[in-house]
Design a protein around this ligand. Structure first.
Ligand code: HEC
Ligand code: HEC
Length: 646
């Protein structure tokens, strides 16, 4: 019953928040604050599962509320509304724990309503008889209070009343307990009339039983909005507010979450509201957790920035400490105003995913909106940090060019030579990929780490791929995520027939493909990178290793398209992708069309379909039928063919 506890948490802090409005007189304000304090205390007790004590505190709050309500002051009543609503859910939740509480009277309506209520009869009874019996208003409260401990919180006797849907299904294999239109024939009535149910404590009153029967005889209809919503969300067990849902941005908003807010929250809040025991259980790590809120419930009320808890806390008007706490300076007013406006505009989401960290969302948005120079500078700073993480205390040389930033321990001269060769290949790579020659191949450049010890390769590989280890038999790894564009190359001390620039060409081609369009899958970029390297240097020892491996990998595929899954074994998957993408690239017209579509910003799935007339999985069938081809012959410069065609 986690949800319940969460729901109760909510009760409390919105109470605090409402003080932002300020109360009429000092004395009344003090009383209101006492109520808020009591609610907070009750919430803590509930969390600690001290239900009886919690009930006592709730009772105190309830008394104070009815005293305050007696003033019939409009402003006070308005402020009390929120407390009262929370009290109602507190009642429902406590009743589920078997705590008895005095009846919660309705607040007097703040303004005389259109249908004038007779003053005498406002006292809390549901209004059964006149209209039809309602599931939401009458039956749900009975089931919660009388049967809830065993049939909402638990499923005793395989019978659950947790929501309308399961209630109507009935008990286990015995089947229905409610027959619409036939109360007397319904098992649920029988077990109550016989005195069998409820077990223990509180009996069903005659009036409640009459209501239940009436409802069944009237057809046992559902009058809420969602028959599968938890029964505790209804009527006297009212709204247990869940966080708002993720609403995608329309593009018309004036404030962009990913560009203007994500990084602010990631930088200023996640120290205390991160993944590790966030304060008040409020995590700002992802958009999903931001929306969910903390112990006080959702911190964001879409459409209402000024009264959203997060804004109140940022302005210091939400009770408790001003955020960010811990003596940190408050956020600038204009930043808070941005957040408020963003919430006013519906708290729309324009990031990559609700479960992606806000830091990544912010960084991604920043990278997307940076120039080549800005992004290059950011990546240079990030490269230094990455080096220090992977190789603390180890000195390195550095070389820069239009398309590359290369760091390494292979010696200054080797590094310089490498960068020159890599730079010399880029126009050829651009031509193979159909990329414009007047722009950098990779916006923000590719960072390449070059090392000569396998151990170092592994250390850097772990950091850049964010994995616990890297395979022991590979020489090259790359990673691209919109923010980082990284490669690491192992340069053996004694040449083994492979040139490191071949691997750099592979990486820059892979990253160039990965950074074109949207949703480009890893297999496609990886395969394309290898095909490009093979076309440039068909005789390279690494390329020959890939070629040699193709038949065995091909034979071991459990299905023709198994390697398209990101979960497929990485190196084998890359070898299969290498063969498959070569097949795709052999159809130059279609491949050019695909790359062109991606360059226009298209999504990979759509562009692939448009270019090849089928999905990657289906086209893989054609590739698979064709077979892996013959094992490679001794080096023959396939590369020159590609080079000539330019
Ligand atoms: C304190 C626990 C408890 C409470 C409260 C309770 N029940 Fe039960 N109920 C049980 C148990 C235990 C069973 C399992 C069957 C048995 O032991 O007879 C059960 C079984 C049932 C069944 C299915 C078995 C049958 O005989 O058809 C129905 C229907 C049922 N209860 C209805 C209710 C209703 C309606 C309420 C509230 C008015 C209620 N119960 C309250 C404990 C409880
Ligand atoms: C140094 C630690 C720290 C930092 C940094 C921090 N908080 Fe808090 N936050 C707390 C503590 C402690 C509480 C609970 C006490 C309180 O509300 O006064 C809290 C409570 C909150 C709450 C209320 C949550 C609830 O459900 O009750 C919100 C909202 C909040 N913080 C937002 C933020 C935001 C937004 C930032 C960044 C701008 C931030 N916090 C930065 C420590 C911190």
């Amino acid at each position: 019953m986690m949800a319940k506890h969460v729901g109760w948490g909510l009760v409390l802090a919105v109470a605090t928040a409402s003080f932002a409005w300020g109360a009429p007189t000092a004395a009344q304000k003090e009383e209101l604050q006492t109520v808020a304090a009591l609610m907070t205390k009750a919430g803590a007790l509930f969390k600690a599962k001290s239900f009886q004590e919690c009930g006592e505190v709730v009772q105190q709050a309830q008394e104070k509320i009815s005293q305050l309500a007696a003033s019939r002051d409009k402003v006070i009543l308005r402020q009390l509304e929120v407390h009262h609503k929370r009290l109602k859910s507190a009642h429902a939740l406590l009743e589920l724990e078997g705590v008895e509480l005095p009846e919660l009277l309705p607040l007097e309506p703040p303004e005389p309503s259109a249908a004038p209520d007779k003053p005498g009869k406002t006292k809390g009874e549901p209004e059964p008889a006149a209209a039809g019996a309602s599931f939401v208003n009458h039956v749900a409260p009975i089931l919660i209070t009388r049967c809830g401990t065993c049939h909402v919180n638990q499923i005793k006797g395989q019978f659950s009343a947790a929501n309308y849907g399961v209630l109507m299904k009935g008990a286990g294999t015995d089947g229905k307990v409610i027959f619409p239109g036939d109360a007397m024939g319904s098992r649920i009535v029988e077990v109550i009339e016989s005195g069998d149910m409820p077990r223990g404590g509180q009996k069903v009153t005659a009036e409640e039983l009459a209501l239940l029967k009436k409802w069944i005889n009237e057809g046992a209809k559902f009058d809420g909005t969602d028959p599968n919503a938890a029964i505790t969300t209804f009527s006297s067990a009212p709204a247990m507010p869940a966080g708002p849902t993720v609403a995608p941005a329309t593009g018309k908003e004036t404030v962009s979450f990913s560009k203007e807010i994500a990084s602010v929250l990631a930088q200023n809040c996640t120290g205390c509201h991160g993944t590790n025991r966030p304060r008040e259980n409020f995590s700002l790590f992802t958009f999903a957790s931001l929306l969910k809120g903390g112990d006080s419930g959702p911190a964001i009320t879409p459409g209402n920035g000024a009264e959203s808890l997060i804004v109140l806390k940022l302005r210091g008007t939400g009770g408790g400490q001003r955020m960010p706490a811990g003596g940190l300076p408050p956020l600038p007013d204009d930043v808070i105003a941005k957040i408020e406006t963003w919430i006013d505009e519906g708290a729309k989401f324009d990031g990559t995913g609700a479960d992606v960290s806000l830091a990544d969302i912010g960084a991604l948005a920043k990278a997307a909106n940076s120039t080549h120079e800005e992004l290059s500078a950011d990546r240079a700073a990030a490269a230094a940090a990455t080096w220090n993480t992977a190789m603390p205390g180890v000195k390195h040389d550095k070389q820069e060019s239009a398309n590359f930033l290369v760091l390494g321990t292979v010696g200054e001269n080797t590094l310089q030579d490498l960068v020159q060769k890599a730079e010399a290949s880029t126009p050829k790579i651009a031509a193979i990929l159909g990329a414009p020659s007047d722009q950098p191949l990779v916006k923000g450049r590719l960072t390449v780490f070059t090392v000569s010890a396998r151990y170092d390769f592994g250390e850097i590989g772990k950091v850049i791929t964010r994995s616990p280890g890297v395979p022991g038999d590979i020489f090259s790894l790359w990673r691209y995520n919109g923010v980082d564009a990284l490669g690491v190359v192992l340069v053996p001390k004694k040449s083994d027939g492979s040139a490191p620039e071949t691997l750099i060409a592979q990486q820059v081609a892979a990253v160039a493909v990965a950074s074109t369009g949207k949703n480009v899958p890893r297999w496609f970029a990886d395969g394309a990178g290898r095909v490009v390297a093979a076309r440039l240097a068909g005789g390279d020892a690494r390329v020959r290793e890939w070629d040699m491996a193709v038949p065995a990998v091909f034979a071991s595929l459990p299905a023709h398209d198994a390697f398209l899954s990101p979960k497929y074994e990485p190196e084998a998957g890359s070898i299969a992708a290498y063969s498959y993408v070569r097949f795709l690239m052999n159809d130059t017209r279609r491949f050019t069309q695909l790359m062109e579509g991606l360059r226009q910003g298209g999504r990979f799935e759509e562009q692939f379909l448009a270019a090849y007339g089928a999905t990657p999985n289906d086209v893989a069938l054609a590739w698979h039928r064709k077979g892996p081809g013959k094992p490679p012959k001794p080096p023959r410069p396939t590369a020159n063919r590609a080079a000539k065609s330019e």
